[in-house]
Design a protein around this ligand. Structure first.
Ligand code: UD1
Ligand code: CA
Length: 450
């Protein structure tokens, strides 16, 4: 089949500089949802009809399989499909999708395309409030005779609840002939794609309707209100899928997955967590409330306490992270690492069983096994121009409130006394301390105000 995605409309009601179809739903541009669904149907050609924001669209959606079709000016849905005609294989069926109807499902489309063998097939839905949509007009025998747009409809026709979702499938040769006969003599002076229905009826070509399997899969986005509503629909569906896979969610209405979340068995996710990009939670991982994870891999049995923020990072198995831990890009923790509150790690590797439990910044560091990093430790990794590495070998003990001025190495089994500012390597198995000797001055008086 051929697939044509209509996306030339301006989307005025979004009140945004971003082209409408690039607004994100579940972390992905509206039109990318449609493109991904279309790709799964393996069409012989995949055309995107665009008008507004062409440059932005092209850079955002760049892909070798997309045929870019400019519609300028935009004279209606029929006119839009007409622009794509030169790219459509005449021997097969053409499926028309909307770039602003993101949740349409592949299975529904397969049914529609199946129904379009030697017929015109329309995806329809019955709405309690059909206002604004094209209505499906049937004769006394129940056969479809035409589609009438809201603005052209009589009061009787406006009472029809069955509406055109806009998604249709048609044998391409027929489509080409009918598009050539469209006129714009209607209330909006547009070339309506929907007028091909009456043409099919006149030509004796069967017109079949396929009901959408749910209302949400055919809902379009014209405003931020509708975008927000569809976002909730998409999130609840993701939550349902996770629950069905065996993930335990504290509240399926309070999870946001803006990308791909892969979970092992017996994972638990508490409320208000956000997952972005690709996140993998291995078996028995527990995520506390209000955590944010982006492109992260969390090893089996690890626990993340509340408000932990993890990006482009790997946590090994049996990790204990947070609350309020921040793992920045390039963090890789081996098994059994503990990272406590107000600890920030960046581009640092921790070997097994090392700990940084309180108030620390560790950046550009290579940390061995069983290292203990005390409260208030800071790797001074940046001289204002360049970054340097701190190496802390196995079994080292870093006393509280220590500064490690990189590049510097703390040897295996070394101990740094609290308050040390380390500017030279600390030898292994030795106490290193840099601290002014403590003195007490008898008779000293505080200055008095003059
Ligand atoms: C269209 C249908 C209507 C249907 C409704 C479903 C027609 C004439 N009407 O109406 O029966 O119930 O969708 O939402 O087809 N577009 C272009 N180029 C254009 C005009 C539109 O690419 O010149 C694209 C838009 O970007 C949008 C889609 O086509 O993705 C539908 O356009 P819109 O103006 O929303 O159509 P409606 O008037 O809502
Ligand atoms: Ca619309």
């Amino acid at each position: 089949m051929n697939i044509v995605i209509l996306a030339a409309g301006q989307g005025k009601r979004m009140h945004s500089n971003l082209p409408k179809v690039l607004h994100p739903l579940a972390g992905k541009a509206l039109v990318l949802h449609v493109i991904d669904t279309a790709r799964r149907l393996e069409p012989e050609s995949l055309c995107l009809v665009y008008g507004h924001g062409g440059d932005t669209l092209r850079t955002t959606l760049a892909a070798p399989d997309l045929v870019w079709v400019l519609q300028e000016p935009q004279l209606g849905t029929g006119h839009a499909v007409m622009q794509a005609l030169p790219h459509l294989g005449a021997a097969s069926t053409t499926l028309v999708l909307y770039g602003d109807v993101p949740l349409i499902e592949g299975e529904t489309l397969q049914q529609l395309v199946h129904a379009a063998r030697d017929a015109l097939a329309i995806l329809t839905v019955e709405l309690a409030d059909p206002g604004g949509y094209g209505r499906i007009v049937r004769n006394a025998g129940g056969e479809v005779v035409r589609i009438v747009e809201q603005k052209d409809a009589t009061a009787d026709e406006r009472a029809i609840a069955e509406v055109n979702t806009g998604i249709v499938a048609v044998p391409t040769a027929r489509l080409a002939a009918w598009l050539g006969q469209l006129s714009n003599h209607n209330a909006q002076q547009e070339y309506y794609l929907t007028d091909i229905v009456a043409m099919a009826v006149a030509a004796g070509v069967p017109v079949r309707t396929v009901p959408a399997r749910s209302e949400w899969e055919v809902l379009g986005v014209n405003s931020k209100v509708q975008l927000a509503q569809l976002e909730r629909v998409a999130q609840l569906r993701t939550a349902d899928r996770l629950l069905e896979q065996g993930v335990r969610l504290a509240d399926p209405a309070r999870i946001d997955v803006r990308g791909e979340l892969v979970c092992g068995r017996d994972v638990f996710i508490d409320v208000n967590c956000v997952f972005e990009g690709k996140v993998v939670l291995e078996e028995a991982v527990e995520i506390g409330p209000s955590c944010v994870l982006k492109n992260a891999h969390i090893g089996a049995g690890s626990r993340l306490a509340a408000f932990s923020h993890i990006e482009d990072a790997i946590v090994g198995p049996a990790g204990v992270i947070g609350p309020f831990a921040r793992l920045r890009p390039g963090t890789e923790l081996a098994a059994g690492v503990h990272v406590g509150n107000f600890v920030e790690l960046k581009n640092s590797k921790f070997a097994a069983k090392s700990k940084a439990n309180h108030l620390a910044y560790v950046g550009d560091a290579i940390v061995g096994s069983r290292v203990n990093i005390g409260a208030g430790t800071i790797t001074c990794n940046y001289d204002g121009a360049n970054k340097f590495t701190t190496t802390i070998e196995d079994d080292a003990f870093i006393g509280s409130d220590t500064q490690l001025v990189a590049p510097v190495t703390v040897g295996r089994g070394a101990t740094l006394g609290a308050g040390t500012t380390l500017t030279k390597d600390a030898p292994p198995d030795t106490l290193t301390i840099s601290r002014a000797r403590q003195i007490s001055i008898p008779g000293w008086k505080r200055p008095q105000k003059k």
